[in-house]
Design a protein around this ligand. Structure first.
Ligand SMILES: [Fe+2]
Ligand SMILES: [Fe+2]
Length: 316
């Protein structure tokens, strides 16, 4: 039977499957008949479908994998008789390791935006910083390995801008929004807003891996992207002779306070006008990004959104 490669959304009931998927285990348990089972989701860039595995040994194998894991799933697609909307599920019969020869590009989501255009806008934004020291600092931070990771990394593991290029897109869009607010408000240091907006999430290059699954790194779990970003910027400041101390503090304050308050994970709460502007621009951009996920929604206008914890209307 043919098992040629297709994206998950192209499979129909009855089709055989044998290909790399990102497998998330949600439940491992024992059924009433005493047999072990595993269930959860399999995923690629086209979407996700539930899976169920009733084979004792394979269910155990799945339980012992890191969660999530990239595996070759072997099985059959069927209609999920418990799903009201007739959704499909994958009956997993076996799993295999995905060796280095397996192409995994269908498992790594990419930004829907034009990355080169965003890179150009990023450079224009850096050049638009009038203050020489700040402009030099942002340019020094965003070079070499940091720059390579900055334009590639997702901005999140899930929830918002969780795709390759997401961090660049999010940072440039936050800068755009924050500068629009800064221009319409009296007495704002626009250079600090621009530098802060562009760099606010730079620590995510060390917090979230750009490999399949976009998992949190050990360093990310231990330190978090606010502190990691502050370290990156502080190291760059140390390398610039006579960098003005007040600007260093104002900029680092934005990085460390951009979640708004200590309850939301900031080590310090926003205390300057510029930091509030970056915080609200960041929150608004991450929120509006939630409205992008409409194609996975079976045409329903209203959808529960986990990041926002409520139903939202996706609109047109
Ligand atoms: Fe952040
Ligand atoms: Fe952010």
């Amino acid at each position: 039977m043919s098992t040629e490669f297709r994206l998950l959304k192209e499979f129909r009931a009855g089709d055989r499957v044998q290909q790399a998927v990102l497998l998330h285990l949600q439940k491992f348990g024992t059924a009433v008949n005493g047999k072990k089972y595993a269930r959860g989701t399999v995923q690629d860039n086209s979407g996700a479908m539930n899976f169920i595995c009733f084979n004792d040994g394979v269910a155990e194998e799945i339980r012992n994998l890191p969660n999530p894991s990239v595996v070759i799933a072997i099985g059959q697609v069927s209609r999920d008789k418990y799903a009201a909307d007739g959704a499909l599920q994958m009956m997993v019969e076996a799993i295999q390791q995905a060796g280095s020869e397996v192409d995994l590009s269908h498992l790594i989501p990419y930004t829907p935006q034009n990355i080169e255009l965003y890179e150009r806008t990023l450079q224009e934004n850096i050049q638009a910083i009038e203050d020489h020291a700040l402009r030099q600092l942002v340019a020094v931070v965003l070079t070499g390995d940091v720059y390579k990771r900055f334009v590639k990394n997702p901005a999140a593991s899930k929830y918002h801008h969780a795709y390759i290029g997401g961090l660049l897109e999010h940072s440039v869009d936050v800068a755009r929004l924050a500068m629009a607010i800064a221009r319409e408000t009296e007495g704002i240091d626009k250079d600090i807003v621009m530098a802060g907006a562009l760099l606010h999430d730079v620590g995510k290059i060390y917090e979230i891996s750009a490999d399949v699954g976009f998992s949190y790194t050990e360093t990310g779990n231990l330190l978090g992207h606010l502190a990691l970003g502050a370290f990156v910027v502080d190291r760059a400041i140390a390398g610039i002779p006579d960098f003005p101390e007040h600007q260093a503090a104002d900029l680092l304050h934005i990085l460390l306070s951009h979640h708004g308050s200590m309850e939301k994970g900031s080590p310090v709460a926003c205390a300057t006008k510029e930091s509030f502007i970056v915080h609200y621009a960041d929150e608004l951009n991450a929120t509006l990004n939630q409205f992008q996920y409409r194609e996975e929604n079976n045409g329903n206008e209203w959808q529960y959104n986990r990041m926002l914890g409520r139903q939202i209307r996706l609109g047109h």
